[in-house]
Design a protein. Structure first.
Length: 440
């Protein structure tokens, strides 16, 4: 695990003796990957099934349907920071299994309520809120638990494989969700997602691991624990500039992506079916990025790959508002593909850096702080896009947000990361800023 206070766990020795053929030939990671891949596909189906259920069964308005997205993200604002401390106190695998079972129960209850005629929009919103809360705990626990399963040398490969399966789910899930909605109704997709959560829980229960180590001071107060997690952003190093840039990039990306369907269908007259194909092609960029990430890091180094891929791929976002009918659709497709490729490589490198740099007993708190900040850009980006589109038109709003996204990674060139080949690994204590390692 690499935590100097807790020593090296025996599972690392086992991981290094794995058979040739990659991590998927090891029992623990194969089970983890299989469960997460199946669950990810189910969740991608649900992103289509829930809105369709609200529209076709509950006859919800557009504004009400938009509340479903807000409800799924609301737990990060209400509980995100304290949840990080709870995840660091409790056994992570138990949290993962419990979160899966709660999600399965909720997603089963919705179809039952629909079939019995008692489902209402407030009930659906409450169900989405509960599912979003369990998803939040799962995400925090998963990021904190992964270093317990993987040796440091295996973490890049592991994160790349998980990113690849997530990208594949984003490609296949929405289309499959739409097909299931046509064939079996929206409730059919929700039941399939519920089943995938049960499969994920079963895979987690079959893992064979050593007990999770506990750190000294585990019973410190919540404010003290939050302060320890914030220390990695407060005292310098690389975490704070990476967090700021990630939040700004996310704002620009979500702003553009929230308008892209309306832009193509209403402003440019592209058929809805064609738009769906274009978005699926963009997701292929994410799949390729997951494959290329380990190779890029091995050749260029983790820090160079992170900075380079963000700076080089971000300007391709400008091709999206340049898209239009005919041959201009190629501009939209290429831009989306490259942006997703870069985003996936960046996410893979960042996730690996975090688990190598942050002590395992702090990962829940640090991840919670990061997700709390970055998740705040979800409503902000959508709201900004709406205001700009209303005031200046959809095309102008797309250009403004795409430009913001394109130039933001240039801030990374003002940090000490510009001259590094690789990110550092686990420090013995929270990093302290100095004249030799300034943020900007």
């Amino acid at each position: 695990m690499g935590d100097r206070e807790m020593g090296v766990s025996p599972h690392i020795t086992v991981a290094k003796k794995r058979r040739p053929g990659g991590l998927l030939r090891t029992r623990n990671f194969a089970l983890l990957w299989a469960g997460e891949s199946v669950s990810g596909l189910g969740s991608a189906i649900t992103t289509v099934a829930v809105p369709f259920l609200a529209i076709t069964v509950l006859h919800a308005s557009t504004g009400t349907v938009a509340l479903l997205t807000a409800a799924s993200w609301l737990p990060w604002f209400l509980l995100g920071l304290p949840a990080g401390t709870w995840v660091d106190r409790w056994p992570r695998r138990r949290i993962l299994v419990s979160a899966n079972l709660v999600s399965a129960a909720v997603l089963t209850a919705i179809p039952v309520a629909a079939w019995t005629g008692v489902l209402t929009m407030p009930m659906l919103l409450a169900a989405v809120l509960i599912a979003g809360t369990s998803s939040m705990f799962f995400t925090l626990a998963f990021n904190a638990y992964l270093p317990h399963l993987l040796a440091p040398d295996d973490r890049m490969e592991g994160n790349a494989k998980l990113q690849a399966s997530a990208s594949a789910a984003e490609i296949a899930g929405p289309g499959l969700g739409g097909l299931l909605t046509e064939v079996a109704g929206a409730v059919g997709g929700l039941l399939i997602d519920a089943l995938t959560f049960i499969v994920s829980a079963a895979c987690l229960l079959r893992l064979r691991t050593t007990p999770e180590p506990r750190a000294a001071g585990e019973r410190a107060g919540m404010l003290r624990q939050l302060s320890e997690g914030l220390g990695y952003f407060k005292y310098g190093g690389f975490m704070l500039p990476m967090l700021i840039v990630a939040a700004m990039i996310n704002l620009g990306m979500l702003g553009v992506f929230s308008l892209r369907i309306v832009f193509l269908v209403r402003a440019e007259g592209i058929a809805p079916g064609t738009v769906g194909v274009l978005i699926s092609l963009a997701s292929l960029g994410g799949l390729l990025g997951a494959v290329l990430a380990p190779r890029a890091v091995a050749r260029f180094g983790s820090a160079r790959t992170y900075v380079g891929v963000n700076v080089v791929t971000a300007p391709f976002m400008l091709l999206l508002p340049a898209g239009g009918p005919g041959w201009q659709l190629a501009l939209f497709t290429v831009g989306s593909f490259v942006v997703m490729l870069g985003a996936t490589i960046s996410a893979t490198v960042t996730a690996t850096f975090r688990v190598n740099y942050i002590p395992a007993h702090l990962l829940g708190r640090v991840t919670a702080v990061s997700r709390f900040v970055i998740s705040g850009t979800v409503p902000l980006g959508a709201a900004t896009a709406g205001v700009l589109a209303t005031s200046f038109g959809i095309g102008a709003a797309m250009w403004v947000l795409a430009t913001f996204f394109a130039v933001t990674p240039l801030l990374l060139l003002a940090t000490s990361m510009r001259s590094m080949r690789d990110f550092p690994t686990l420090p013995s204590r929270p990093p302290v800023s100095s004249n030799d390692d300034q943020l900007w």
